[in-house]
Design a protein around this ligand. Sequence first.
Ligand code: HEM
Length: 368
Amino acid sequence: MFLARSIQAFFLALSFLFLITVSGTGNHANAQSNSPELPAGAVPGGTTDGNSSDSELWRMIRQGGQGTVAGVNEKSGLMIQSQGEEWRQIRNGPLPAYSAMAILGILLLLSLFYAVRGRVKIEHGKSDKTITRFSLVERASHWLLASSFIILALTGLNLIFGKDLLMPVIGASAFANLTIFGKYVHNYVGFAFMAALFMVAVLWIKHNFPNRHDLIWFAKGGGILSMGHPPAKKFNAGQKIIFWVVILCGISISMSGWALLNPFSTTMFADTFAISNSIFGTDFPTVLAPIQEQQYQSLWHAIMAVFMIVVIIAHIYIGSVGMEGALDAMTSGEVDENWAMEHHSLWVEEVKSESKNLTDAGRAQPAE
Ligand code: HEM
């Protein structure tokens, strides 16, 4: 009996010590901005007899207050993080629901568009001449970007929908193996995506700054609704939008992916919130617990990725089944001259005058 009481007292003392440690600070460098602190003067105490109340302490812990812990990982000073529950609810509720709606929505829209408009044909038929549109380096960069993105999209979508869609079909064990394999593939292929993104940005940025022809292109609905072909240089206004979405979303997804690969080591969201507060007068928290930073990163990564997937589905449609002659640009690199004249008339003029200048310059060389 005495032994049992002694053991009980020993453990009580231990938990008491732990609680005192946890109640440490509310302004820890890693604490959340809205972490409640233990009220001044409050002494965590109380025994099983209930002679004093621990309610303030437990309220502080329940509301996500962070204490300090000695000798171990200091993040464990945060015992309960309620935002984690909010993150879980968004992650399992609105995120998959809206993502499914967006992806099914764009597929439906494109099917309707195809049913109504059909394939955009080369109006004047194919000529027997071609013109070089993309070099080997450009095509290789594009296909590295495309293939890595598709792998990332499929392995990423598996994390959002796989449990509901794939697991019932292939079984839990196969799904677990596939998902862990997919996770490693996702982590490594991300680097190929970043390299290709860099290549594509360097190669094409000079063709993607807005110009006055873009306004006419928009006014004519891109000529897609049969209002004549508006003139365009190498890339038309629609393609410029695709380019900038790919580059900006690609950078954002890469940065959040980096933060997820290196957990608890970045403060990108806190920093972004601070900038937003100072520029736009918003009231975002600027001190985030490391776990909270990860939660924001994970949601942002998924939202940006789904947005980009939706845009890219439309891009793949118009670059393949949606438009006659377009795919040649990315396979052989040679496009039909009539196609080029209809969709990129100003670019054709540029290319022709450049090659004429070269020929003239060659002719002007005096004979040796
Ligand atoms: C199987 C999938 C894909 C096909 C068939 C495809 C097809 C094409 C074609 C034909 C072009 C050249 C259009 C022209 O000559 O003007 C192009 C350009 C481009 N592609 Fe793709 N693409 C695919 C996937 C992707 C992916 C996944 C990305 C990015 C993540 C991407 C990004 C781009 C960009 C930025 C351009 C230049 C801007 C534009 O033409 O819209 N493509 N693609």
